[in-house]
Write a new protein. Sequence first.
Length: 332
Amino acid sequence: HFVVYDLSYEANFNLWDNFFVSTGNPARKQSFVRNPEENPLPNGRFQLIGTGTAVERDIVDFHRAASQLWLNGGFNVNSVSVDAWKAVLASAMNAGNYASEDAIPYPRVINPPNGEYLGGNWDDEEATSGFLSIDGSDATDSELERLAQEIVREVKERAPFFGLSDFINRRLVASEHGDAGPIEAAIQRSGINAEFDENELLRIPNAERDRLRNVSFDNMRDATRLEQTQKPNSVAWGLPGYLTQGDVVQAIGSALRPRSDSFIVRAYGESVDVQGEVKARAWCEAIVQRSPEPINPDSSGLNPMAKRNPDDLEFGRRFKLVSFRWLNAEEV
């Protein structure tokens, strides 16, 4: 018996939810603590939570660095807003002089030998050794619009996602959700790679994907004979001009989150007399934010304490009141 691991699935499963990357070495993080505005971390969304000696100590600690960093503007992957997904996908639009106007670059390497592939022929030099950009214009059928719509379609079918790896990975089911993750499936349906997928020279026919080939070496038959059903649509998969899920998450992955940590809570109250007639009404609004601080910390101070018996109340991390205000009736 041969055991063959789906290495992409295993890597996604372990890396996306089990590791925190602060994006800075100790010296870089110390400079960040001294002056966050002038010395931001490579992931510029990170902001300091606290101040003082505890921050300086924890920020360089392998296990504690995450307890001192906020992610400002994290994007919840459970969103079903097409406009919100368009904004996230277009975050690199018009970045410097890297890509054309109203184009969103998705480079696979830092310094590609050739220039921008923004449509064109599959055998263009830019497609094979340049970098891909997608059309981010305001047109209703732009590549950005189509990709955002297809991602929302996938989210509606698959959500909620219980972690980032659940969003990145395919599902372990015998359906279309088991073929590819949400972004990969959305890319396929958006038609962004149509120049490659529909080209007769490059397209892999379904019959070939379904057929198992007999392979031998020195007259010894390959006993593994792996299933061919998970092949991509085109042999051009992996070219710089062929958009993949990896290209997208390389660009936006550091901002993605499977849940939100800031919430707007509104409440309503009224006063009635003995006849039940309303004499007064009031509305209020609070913004609360989940912090890394456990309510009942364990011995490390990092995690909530485990329940010692089934009757104990189990608390997680502390929510803090960020703002509170009374509302007028016109605001409700």
